[in-house]
Design a protein around this ligand. Structure first.
Ligand code: TSJ
Length: 649
């Protein structure tokens, strides 16, 4: 072949590949949801993780130790690492620099360089070209071989060839991108708290890595640095920060088998609840999977073996169950697998079957060793399990005796309940109202077709500190469970809910906040499916009404901007003949029935905050802090959140 002809063919191939590239990224812009899940706030934040994941991979490969994330003043994002720098050499197949291919070819990430052990990556793990396609502007700087290489793109298209723009004495990659408002129509504003939370989690999950996040937006300036030498062991300590633990340092193990790494950290608290969180390749496996299965099996077996061998449990006694040995347990399990299989409804269940025995084997060994070396702690763990088993057996007996008549049947609806006439749960609402006077106003102000009122009086029982029988004996709690119709404990059934909205309506003062937290704790611990179904709301009574004559034109909600919003609303109605006036609402107790209906209960213009369990561990922490024995963190929290704010749980 002549040289000329060869060049010709190369040029043609290059053209063809370029056309494919354009088609590829055009498809991303046509159907962004297919690549990043959604174009809402979720999708906007997902772009950051697509980029950060690449730096995490570089860290896991052992070449990067620091990652910096910046929210720039214009809501664009910069991610910088100190890794080797994305390769810039010309690839044989495309005739283009590798880094250009990374950003312009779909799914190209990690396909060069060879031997790439890519373990991170989001559920939609499709890489940096997708981020490029969905950004008005993206630029990359690679520090490598003493030179700074630079390239820039517009909505996924190359703006100029890769060029050398200077010299450097370090290595690393810096990517800066601006999400496209044509794609992210809901919002292009980043949420510091949201990025911050996941960055902290990534720091826990990747021991020794330093990650910083800096907000450079005017008025929002702040910075956080995360670095945990203890990795997930530090995570367990963080989760247990406001709890009493039965031994100081979490049990920690880290091992590798067949290219799969397994880390487990665990610690017992004096509480009755279990917090087991698992991760696969840094992804929170909410639905559990084979790593959790291996861990649970090992935990139960090793503790029983130890108990029998050391005569803490007699040969003829029943083994402790998994539930028994997990009472009060906080554990984090993290595996890194070269080829993870995600299954389940939300694709957050690890499916790789070989992981069961690997996790089981590695963790069994570590736990047995720990128990042998710490006989005093071992005794405490076993005794806690034995106590849990006794309570379980007693509770089961009590349930069998009372099964026929638990007292929670709907036929026993509490006298205080003012029920609604509709019995279609999809449209009915149960308002839990604090205090008799507010309860009275709510009863007469409501729409009795679909709104039911359950007044509760004073402080309700703190379920965090009470045994099951105490809880079941508490009248306020019984009336709530009876009204909801969902049953209790093992018999709980969310599909039996008599109302699909459960609205907590308490005053906007400290007492109201306390009662709200007690109710949320109760719901979180004993009605969790109701919370998960999205049935739980917090009513948001306004602080001001803007009236013209006797008609209320607008309601202003309490919050950091309440005064500005009030002024803006006043300005909107100052044109007319009669000037607007301000009505100030003091609290639920002081509103009459009509006001309460108009401001807080009328679906046409009320405001309600839906309560979600976004992150069980975080919610748990807040509850523990507010409810636990330690006064100091609670006082700080209340001071920091002194302005009436919805509890973000
Ligand atoms: F993906 C990306 F382009 F968006 C991106 C990649 C963004 C950021 C902020 C960092 C990175 C990145 C990629 N950091 N480090 C790397 N490393 C590599 O791409 C790399 C370097 C060298 C070799 C090699 O085999 O020599 C292999 C790879 C994959």
């Amino acid at each position: 072949m002549t040289e000329e002809k060869q060049q010709d063919i190369q040029a043609q191939e290059y053209d063809a590949s370029q056309i494919q590239v354009l088609e590829g990224l055009e498809a991303v812009r046509m159907r962004p949801g297919m690549y990043i899940g959604s174009t809402s706030k979720e999708g906007l934040h997902h772009l950051v993780w697509e980029i950060v994941d690449n730096s995490i991979d570089e860290a896991l490969a052992g070449f990067a130790s620091q990652i910096d994330v910046y929210i720039e003043p214009d809501n664009s994002i910069t991610v910088n690492d100190d890794g080797r720098g994305i390769p810039v050499d010309i690839q044989e197949k495309t005739g283009r620099p590798a880094v250009e291919t990374v950003f312009t070819v779909l799914h190209a990430g990690g396909k060069f360089g060879g031997g790439g052990y890519k373990v991170s990556g989001g559920l939609h793990g499709v890489g940096s070209s997708v981020v490029n396609a969905l950004s008005t502007q993206l630029d990359v700087q690679v520090h490598k071989n003493g030179q700074i290489h630079f390239q820039e793109y517009r909505r996924g298209q190359v703006l100029s060839d890769l060029e050398v723009i200077g010299e450097t004495d370090r290595t690393g990659t810096r990517v800066h991108f601006t999400p496209d408002p044509e794609i992210f129509t809901e919002t292009t504003e980043y949420d510091f708290a949201k990025l911050n939370k996941r960055i902290q989690e990534l720091a826990f999950l990747n021991r020794g890595l330093t990650i910083t996040i800096t907000d450079k937006r005017p008025g929002l300036e702040q910075e956080q640095t995360y670095h945990y030498e203890g990795g997930i062991s530090s995570y367990v300590q963080y989760i247990n920060e406001n709890k009493d633990v039965i031994f100081e340092n979490p049990i920690y193990t880290d091992g590798e088998m067949d290219d799969i790494t397994v880390e487990v950290a665990m610690q017992y608290t004096t509480s009755y609840h279990e917090t087991v969180m698992s991760f696969a390749n840094n992804i929170h496996t909410h639905e559990g999977g084979t790593h959790e299965q291996g861990f649970r099996t090992a935990l139960t077996r090793v503790i029983n073996d130890y108990a029998k061998k050391n005569k803490l449990l007699k040969e003829n006694e029943d083994n402790l169950t998994g539930e028994d040995v997990r009472e009060g347990l906080t554990a984090v399990i993290s595996v890194k697998h070269p080829n993870p299989q995600f299954e389940g409804q939300t694709k957050t269940k690890l499916g790789n079957s070989e992981v069961v025995k690997i996790t089981n084997r590695l963790f069994s060994e570590a736990l047995s060793d720990f128990l042998l070396e710490n006989p005093q702690v071992a005794k405490k763990i076993v005794e806690k399990g034995i106590l849990a088993s006794k309570a379980r057996i007693a509770a089961k007996r009590a349930r069998e005796v009372t099964r026929k008549k638990s007292g929670l049947e709907i036929s026993n609806l509490p006298g205080k309940l003012a029920d609604c006439s509709s019995n279609n749960p999809a449209e009915t609402e149960l308002f839990i109202v604090e205090g008799d006077s507010a309860g009275g106003s709510a009863k007469s102000g409501r729409n009795r077709e679909f709104q039911a009122i359950l007044p509760i009086r004073g402080k309700i029982l703190n379920v965090e500190k009470a045994s099951m029988d105490k809880i079941l004996a508490n009248e306020e709690i019984r009336s709530l469970f009876t009204a909801m119709g969902t049953g209790f404990g093992a018999d709980f059934d969310v599909s039996k809910a008599r109302y699909q909205k459960l609205v907590i309506m308490t005053d906007a003062d400290v007492d109201g906040a306390h009662i709200r937290t007690l109710l949320l704790t109760l719901i979180y611990r004993y009605m969790k499916p109701v919370l998960e179904a999205g049935y739980v709301y917090i009513a948001q009574p306004p602080i001001y009404g803007v009236k013209v004559g006797s008609e209320v034109k607008e309601y202003i909600q309490p919050g950091a901007n309440q005064e500005e919003e009030l002024q803006a609303a006043l300005a909107r109605y100052s044109e007319g003949r009669s000037k607007p006036t301000i009505q100030r609402y003091k609290g639920l107790g002081e509103m009459d029935d009509h006001q309460l209906w108009e401001t807080t209960m009328n679906p046409d213009h009320r405001l309600m905050a839906q309560v979600s369990v976004d992150d069980a561990a975080e919610a748990d922490k807040i509850f523990d802090m507010l409810m636990g024995d330690r006064v100091e963190p609670r006082r700080e929290f209340i001071e920091e959140n002194a302005v009436y704010s919805t509890l973000d749980v």
